[in-house]
Design a protein around this ligand. Sequence first.
Ligand SMILES: NC(=O)c1ccc[n+]([C@@H]2O[C@H](COP(=O)([O-])OP(=O)(O)OC[C@H]3O[C@@H](n4cnc5c(N)ncnc54)[C@H](OP(=O)(O)O)[C@@H]3O)[C@@H](O)[C@H]2O)c1
Length: 249
Amino acid sequence: MSTVVDEKVVWVTGASSGIGLALSRRYLEDGWRVLASARTPGGLDSLLKEFDRLTFVPFDMTDDSQIGTVQNTLSTYSAHLDCAVLNAGTCEYLDIHEPDWKMMNRIMSVNFLGLVNCVEVCLPLLKKASRPHLVGVSSQAVQAAFPQAEAYGASKAAIRYFLSSLRMDLKPFNVDVTCLLPGFVDTPLTQKNTFDMPFLMSPEEAAKRMFDALESRPYEYAFPKRLTAMLWIGRHFPKLWFAKLAPKK
Ligand SMILES: NC(=O)c1ccc[n+]([C@@H]2O[C@H](COP(=O)([O-])OP(=O)(O)OC[C@H]3O[C@@H](n4cnc5c(N)ncnc54)[C@H](OP(=O)(O)O)[C@@H]3O)[C@@H](O)[C@H]2O)c1
């Protein structure tokens, strides 16, 4: 399969569900060729019937041995990538009464080291584009601490730092780097949450905001702003935040 001249190509990870699925649709509706990855096609099935510009490329991003194969597969579909949105991720919460400390390992290996594996996969193809854009998905959770989020929050903070540093090192290669920090989005990942999720939005709304924001290639884009403001207060008034969020005895 070859790409039409001038057709822009994006690789979206975590495309089988939630934000990644909605974002894949957004890119397709805008005329992009979308190379979509996850372990299983999941919710992509109906999109695959609707758009022949969509290709599913299976990838378990925790499996280092798949890196070369996925890189080769992507390059058979396109000689370059204009954009890579490294969105795949997972969430587990720490139960301090019966702590499963191995969970730190699981979450870091999917969310952080998995994203690093994705960078290894896509960077050579990004470097072949005229104006490449590398995008990673962190979370507003990094803006202030949340109880039980030791693993998830740390993995998302690691992504944010990693991308900030990478942005500097990729400057000589002309690769722009953006870190996205979504607030609460109604997806299978959050549907198991039992706490209040202020300003919860649909995946379609989140995808629209992300897609529109990426146009100007910001270093970071955090949304919704009302949540950003709430977390700013939490960060600057940590004792107040602690009193509000720390579980009572
Ligand atoms: N929902 C929110 O409120 C929210 C807020 C802030 C940030 N985020 C971030 O946004 C991203 C997308 O989350 P979501 O809410 O859309 O979650 P979701 O609906 O659960 O989707 C997660 C995606 O990641 C893929 N994935 C999970 N483990 C993987 C692995 N080992 N290898 C490859 N793909 C894997 C899943 O596909 P398979 O299971 O088929 O592999 C799925 O496509 C995540 O990074 C999440 O942390 C979400």
